[in-house]
Design a binder for this molecule. Structure first.
Ligand code: LMR
Length: 335
């Protein structure tokens, strides 16, 4: 619309605005950035997303508005990746277990008992190989912006006994959509079933599945401990995230916006990654206090038995992931 027409329109409406002011008003509409995720706002990823909103809006006042949608409100697993590629949402942070369809390399994060602890995960993500994986889906139009931590996975079932691999033979387990995790449970003689995160509570409650694996924070915020009898402290794998965006959208941003968002992402990453361990420990304690499920500690021998039973999975995926990537991840166990 011509500015003269705008002025006439303003006059006709009885608004005495100068064209200059109107132009400023038109420019002032912030760019909306939608950040969708599947966990609770109080979980590590939920906190990271809120921090990113705070920092991005402070760095780019009036220029961007970040809208955060937690709890699969906008899209659940499966749909969110398509939505990102279609431009219906600008940022998501799926668990590293959910990228099978886009790259096989990230399957490294699902190999059971690969990382000794979260410090090792952190070192690997910061390494050259780890940083390189952020670009592993470029050809699919996906850009990795950062890794965010959640924590180590624990195993839970609706049975009283959960100390050795034989205790889960024949049981049905909910898994994330990962072929490695499918192989892991098959290796143990259990029956894995890929289900969206938002469906886990009900699947456990109604007996569609007997058990699941997740972090303390996800177990607590989804109330999974209320529909499970035993949670074994296995620490057999990790759930972390890659914050991703649509590469075409990102590359097309004005330089100042991209720089501001990058800075906000770095700040949010540092914040969320420091917080994740505390949140998981807090939720571990809350689950213990609630007393609904028994928390089973394992002896060194028990853990060794799980490790031995799950290890053959590594070989099956070595070809797809790449030996170099697995070795770089293993090297991160030594500080
Ligand atoms: C799950 O599906 O169990 C997790 O990936 C959910 C999440 O995003 O932490």
């Amino acid at each position: 619309m011509q500015s003269r027409t705008l002025t006439r329109l303003a006059l006709a409406l009885g608004i005495s605005l100068s064209t200059g002011l109107m132009a400023t008003a038109a420019q002032a509409a912030p760019m909306i950035i939608k950040f969708s995720h599947v966990v609770a706002a109080t979980a590590p990823k939920g906190q990271g997303a809120l921090k990113f909103k705070e920092l991005a809006e402070a760095a780019l006042p009036g220029k961007v508005e970040v809208q955060v949608f937690p709890n699969s409100q906008l899209f659940g697993d499966g749909k969110e990746m398509e939505a990102l590629l279609l431009g219906d949402v600008q940022m998501i942070a799926p668990s590293l277990s959910k990228f099978d369809r886009y790259t096989k390399k990230l399957q490294v994060f699902d190999l059971p008992f690969l990382f000794d602890d979260m410090d090792a995960v952190d070192r690997f993500q910061a390494s050259e190989v780890g940083q390189g994986l952020l670009d592993s889906m470029k050809s699919k139009g996906i850009k990795g912006l950062a890794y965010w931590h959640n924590g180590m996975k624990q195993l839970s079932t609706n049975k009283d006994k959960l100390t050795r691999p034989e205790d889960i033979k024949g049981l049905k387990f909910r898994i994330q959509s990962s072929d490695v995790l499918e192989a892991q449970f098959r290796q143990l003689g259990a029956n894995p079933q890929k289900l969206a995160f938002s469906e886990v509570y009900q699947a456990l409650q109604t007996g569609v599945v007997d058990g699941q694996e997740n972090t303390w924070s996800n177990i607590y915020t989804q109330k999974l401990h209320e529909v499970q009898k035993t949670i074994a402290i296995t620490n057999h794998g990790d759930i972390d995230y890659m914050v991703i965006t649509n590469a075409g959208w990102w590359d097309g941003l004005p330089d100042d916006i991209r720089a501001g968002l990058s800075k906000a992402m770095a700040g949010a990453t540092e914040y969320a990654n420091k917080l994740a361990a505390d949140i998981n420990e807090r939720d571990h304690q809350r689950i213990a206090k609630a007393g609904a499920a028994k928390i089973q500690t394992l002896s060194k021998e028990d853990v060794a038995a799980w490790r031995k039973a799950m290890k053959p999975v590594w070989e099956k995926f070595e070809g797809q992931i790449g030996k170099d990537v697995i070795e770089a991840a293993q090297a991160s166990n030594k500080s």
